[in-house]
Ligand binder design. Structure first.
Ligand code: UTP
Length: 290
């Protein structure tokens, strides 16, 4: 029986350069889809997967994230006075209990692998989840919950997988497949951002992971890979000889909100899904001329 997944790392130390100038003074992870910041979608997904401790790897200019998950007494008093209970409840939903949230600083954005390594002492020897907040998953059963449910079958490392078009393999970590039952893939290798020619498949690792703490024995080496960054994919690949590795095709849709088109599409999809605004939004969309 594999261990329960209690802790999740949210790497939010990146610079978000693809969203400049919006991200000059505001964290990319605070960009709203409709009216909720990306990071809050990720935290809510983690809560529904049973996560109890939330570890944020932050960096320069990311304090808005800490404020977002803290109380705001002035705003609460005002909303109470005005009888705006709905809004008050929204505020309460984004407050995480003291002691359940930790922030650790990544002094320089040296890559995703480095960001995860920064949280090694907080994870303290147990399997843990990693959620990249700029990958937004629109799923009936939240993506991390699907993975946690599958994890007792796999143990080791388990990553969310999406089959991507062949000309997009150079944007992702791509799996080399040993066996594939349509949902679970047993992995025997992986390559970070391969060209079409070098890609072993079109099955890409997307932003949800459950990782064995063994990963830190590789990340400790601080080896750089693609783009001169410390890559999580490289560290996972290096533990293949001793840690079982699986990919899971999740049920649902993913929006890459780290890029402009993905972010805009997410806003449209989520707005159309919202009972309070969808009808008005549909009418407004029909009036657009292309
Ligand atoms: P990305 O590579 O998409 O984020 O990392 P980025 O570097 O901020 O974006 P661009 O390319 O400059 O626009 C995915 C996630 O990993 C985090 C990011 O904050 C994002 O949530 N990350 C990335 C870190 O925490 N540290 C890093 O060194 C790199």
């Amino acid at each position: 029986m594999s261990a329960r997944i209690r802790k999740a790392i949210f790497p939010v130390g990146g610079l978000g350069t693809r969203f400049l100038p919006a991200t000059k003074a505001m964290p990319k992870e605070m960009l709203p889809v409709v009216d909720k910041p990306l990071i809050q979608y990720a935290v809510e997904e983690a809560i529904s997967a049973g996560i109890e401790h939330f570890i944020f790897v932050t960096g320069h200019g990311k304090t808005a994230i800490e404020d977002h998950f803290d109380t705001n007494p002035h705003l609460e008093i005002l909303l109470k006075k005005e009888g705006k209970t709905d809004l008050l409840n929204f505020l309460k939903n984004c407050t995480l209990d003291s002691g359940k949230i930790s922030y650790i600083r990544q002094s320089e954005p040296k890559g995703l692998g480095h960001a995860v390594w920064c949280a090694r002492d907080l994870v303290a020897g147990e399997p843990f989840a990693v959620l990249l907040p700029d990958d937004l998953f629109h799923c009936k059963v939240p993506c991390l919950k699907q993975m946690v449910d599958e994890y007792p079958k796999t143990a080791g490392n388990l990553v969310a997988v999406e089959d991507v078009p062949q000309d997009q393999t150079s944007r992702y970590g791509i799996l080399s497949i040993a066996t594939d039952d349509g949902k679970l893939i047993r992995v025997n290798g992986m390559v970070e951002k391969p060209s079409i020619q070098d890609a072993p498949s079109c099955s890409a690792i997307v932003g949800r992971y459950i990782l064995s703490p063994e990963i830190f024995s590789e990340l400790d080496k601080q080896k750089t890979g693609a783009k001169g960054e410390i890559q999580l994919t490289d560290a996972m690949a290096a533990t293949l000889d001793r840690v079982p590795f699986h990919g899971m095709r999740f049920q649902g849709k993913r929006f890459d909100c780290g890029n402009k088109i993905g972010f805009l599409m997410a806003n449209i999809e989520y707005a159309l899904d919202r009972a309070d605004i969808s009808e008005e939004f549909k009418k407004a969309l029909k009036n657009l001329s292309f």
